[in-house]
Write a protein that binds this ligand. Structure first.
Ligand code: ADP
Ligand code: MG
Length: 142
């Protein structure tokens, strides 16, 4: 299995709930290492650019408005199969459909306010890591 890196964001709802530590603990106890992190309050331009792939979707404006409603915690996670592992820990996009014990089942309220973002593939992980951590490579170099 390969060591991968993936981009994770703790969204404004979960930051406001004061559960950054609890979510970090999920990563750490499941073999994902936090290798970069920063807190940021995104501008509409940054959030729109980050979610550009969704710009034609009906929920795009609500998504951007939500992502700029408060600070977010952005991190790069590293570990065996980090991309899929993080998606597994996150649970389904709609928290009502998320498996018990997942981050979204435990900390999210709705499909809009769903606690976390995670890259969905190797290509998006590379783009998203570069977007928030310019110069950081998707490969660990180990
Ligand atoms: P995920 O975050 O699980 O990768 P997507 O990439 O499909 O999900 O969508 C990005 C984000 O857009 C979701 O996390 C969610 O906040 C929002 N979103 C997705 N689908 C909907 C929807 N049908 N209604 C409202 N918001 C949505
Ligand atoms: Mg996605």
């Amino acid at each position: 299995m390969a060591i991968e890196r993936t981009l994770s964001i703790i969204k404004p709802d979960a930051v406001a709930k004061n559960v950054i530590g609890k979510i970090y603990s999920r990563f750490e106890t499941n073999g994902l290492k936090i290798v970069a992190s920063k807190m940021a309050w995104l501008s509409a331009q940054e959030a729109g650019q980050f979610y550009a792939v969704h710009k034609e979707r009906p929920f795009f404006k609500d998504l951007v408005d939500f992502m700029i409603s408060g600070p977010v915690m952005i991190q790069v996670l590293e570990g065996e199969n980090a991309i899929a592992k993080n998606r597994e820990l996150m649970g389904a996009t709609d928290p009502k459909k998320a498996d018990p014990g997942t981050i979204r089942a435990d900390f999210a309220e709705s499909i809009d306010a769903n606690a976390v973002h995670g890259s969905d593939g190797a290509d998006t992980a590379a783009v998203e890591i570069g977007f928030f951590f310019p110069g950081m490579n998707v490969f660990s170099g180990r």
